[in-house]
Ligand binder design. Structure first.
Ligand SMILES: Cc1cc2nc3c(=O)[nH]c(=O)nc-3n(C[C@H](O)[C@H](O)[C@H](O)COP(=O)(O)O)c2cc1C
Length: 360
């Protein structure tokens, strides 16, 4: 029976176990450039035994950042600070992964810990957001401008340029962020997309941007490296994007040679009522895995080693991604391996292992 600490080979990459660090914005970049904070943050989670180490949502153009402090890959000078991190992750047995993103109508907002909420005014470093339609995300968000067809082409090109920079940056796993109300998801959902052209209306039109972008990225991303797409599998809101649509989209992404669907949900509308609790998004990973016959990553309120191991053993998902619990414990993977009786499968780096666990 496949378990949490069994390696997983996809294309030319082998994950040493099924534990990944989910993409997490640190709101600590300088003009989109990674800093020492990112090296220590991601590096310590590679040391802690996770197999797949995701960089945070990384904006493909400056107006695609969620906040002014977000990471980016829209210019070449942003490559080397990231390459420093990928070299370190590689050296300690992790697979460095990047999530390329455009925040769309949810761009230009304050960091979550600031007392101000919603859109950052232009006088304080904010910018005009863009989206499929001129519909704001919430009452304290600015109204986005509706993207023209040529602006959509520009953004698709930005995803390609950032993909090329990701290769130079040493990444071995690429993810397209199509979740959480950001640009691609906002095209999926009728709540935010009321366009009348080929990018709006029917299901085929609403998923066009994601499919065109994913296909073009996959075409230039090295064949030996995996690519995933993160979906909000449902809007949790009447009239919004649904799990059935996610399953159909996943089937089409599989045809485009996407390897894994990273199954998240929500954040497309503040009106959603989400039944947050243990493993609450795992049913989406399981449904997409079984019905679209594609590998999935499960994420969301997975905190306990036995819980994570059971999701893999029951065949509900192929990879477990941890976000908040990995902030509480960067060594979660090594600690979890002992709880699920697989401590021979994973070790801390030598300077720690011999002293921390002298008997193995
Ligand atoms: C600090 C923080 C930053 C996040 N940033 C991102 C991000 O950049 N991209 C993304 O897809 N999800 C992001 N998320 C969502 C997480 O990746 C994850 O899906 C979510 O937190 C649920 O997992 P958890 O219950 O293990 O925290 C973030 C979550 C946190 C807590």
């Amino acid at each position: 029976m496949t378990h949490l600490f069994e390696p997983l080979t996809i294309r030319g990459i082998t994950l040493r176990n099924r534990v990944g660090i989910s993409p997490m914005c640190m709101y600590s970049s300088v003009d989109g450039h990674a800093t020492d904070w990112h090296l220590i943050h991601l590096g310590s989670r590679a040391v802690g035994g996770a197999a797949l180490i995701f960089a945070e949502a990384t904006a493909v153009e400056d107006i695609g950042r969620i906040s002014p402090e977000d990471a980016g890959l829209w210019t070449d000078s942003q490559i080397e600070p990231l390459a420093r991190i990928t070299r370190f992750i590689d050296e300690y047995g992790g697979v460095p992964a990047i999530q390329l993103a455009h925040a769309g109508r949810k761009a230009s907002t304050y960091r979550p810990w600031e007392k101000e909420k919603g859109s950052v005014p232009k006088s304080k470093g904010g910018w005009q957001s863009v989206g499929p339609s001129a519909i704001p995300f919430d009452s304290d968000y600015d109204t986005p401008t509706e993207l023209s067809l040529s602006e959509i082409d520009r953004i698709k090109q930005s995803f390609l340029d950032a993909t090329k920079r990701s290769i130079k940056g040493g990444y071995k796993w690429l993810e397209l962020h199509a979740a959480h109300g950001y640009l691609c998801h906002s095209f999926h959902s009728p709540l935010s997309n009321q366009r009348k052209d080929k990018y709006g209306g029917s299901f085929e039109n609403r998923i066009r941007l994601t499919l065109e972008t994913a296909e073009a990225m996959r075409a230039i991303w090295p064949q030996e490296y995996p690519m995933s797409v993160r979906l909000s599998c449902t809007d949790w809101y009447e009239g919004g994007w649904t799990l059935d649509e996610s399953i159909e989209l996943a089937k089409k992404l599989k045809e485009l040679k996407i390897d894994v669907i990273d199954c998240s949900s929500g954040a497309g509308t503040p009106l959603a009522k989400i039944p947050v609790g243990a493993s609450y998004q795992v049913p989406f990973a399981e449904a997409i895995k079984k019905q679209a016959e594609i590998m999935t990553a499960a994420v969301g309120m997975i905190t306990e080693p036995m819980q994570a191991d059971s999701i893999i053993r029951m065949g509900q998902a192929d990879i477990i991604l941890l976000a908040r619990e990995s902030l509480r414990d960067p060594y979660w993977a090594v600690n979890a391996s002992r709880v699920v009786h697989q401590n021979d499968k994973i070790k801390l780096p030598d300077p720690y292992q011999y002293a921390a666990y002298p008997k193995g």
